[in-house]
Design a protein. Structure first.
Length: 130
């Protein structure tokens, strides 16, 4: 099962920034996207329509937005992803590069939840690694 989740996570991140339609197909219909409390647009988004808006906002806010995955760790029904986000602000032209950690939760062969974090400690705690 862990191998299946890691493979699904790899497939998901391969299309996350480049093919919204393909990314949406890997989500459960009621999938959640959770921004941390200190994010510009914090809170929970639910369902594929909300996810579509999230992905559109990312690509609309950052030119060349990419989430470069450096590590994936399976834990139960979750995968902890260590990433680097890179992009150039559409309005400002400022380059951004920052680490992020995502905790993906799976069910029935689909992504059911993605919660992202600004610190590894918070992500590890959410993934039940601490």
């Amino acid at each position: 099962m862990a191998d299946d989740q890691l493979e699904l996570a790899r497939r998901f991140y391969a299309v996350f920034d480049t093919d919204r339609a393909a990314a949406l197909q890997l989500l459960a219909p009621d999938a959640e996207y959770v921004n941390p409390p200190d994010a510009i647009d914090s809170g929970i988004r639910r369902g594929r329509a909300d996810w579509d808006r999230v992905l559109a906002n990312i690509s609309g806010s950052f030119e060349g937005a990419e989430h470069d995955v450096s590590d994936l760790v399976a834990v139960g029904d979750k995968v902890l992803a260590t990433l680097t986000f890179r992009g150039v602000g559409q309005g400002s032209g400022a380059a951004l590069e920052k680490p992020e950690w995502h905790v993906l939760t799976f069910g029935e062969g689909l992504v059911k939840r993605l919660e992202w974090f600004n610190t590894e400690h918070e992500a590890r705690r959410a993934a039940d690694l601490e």
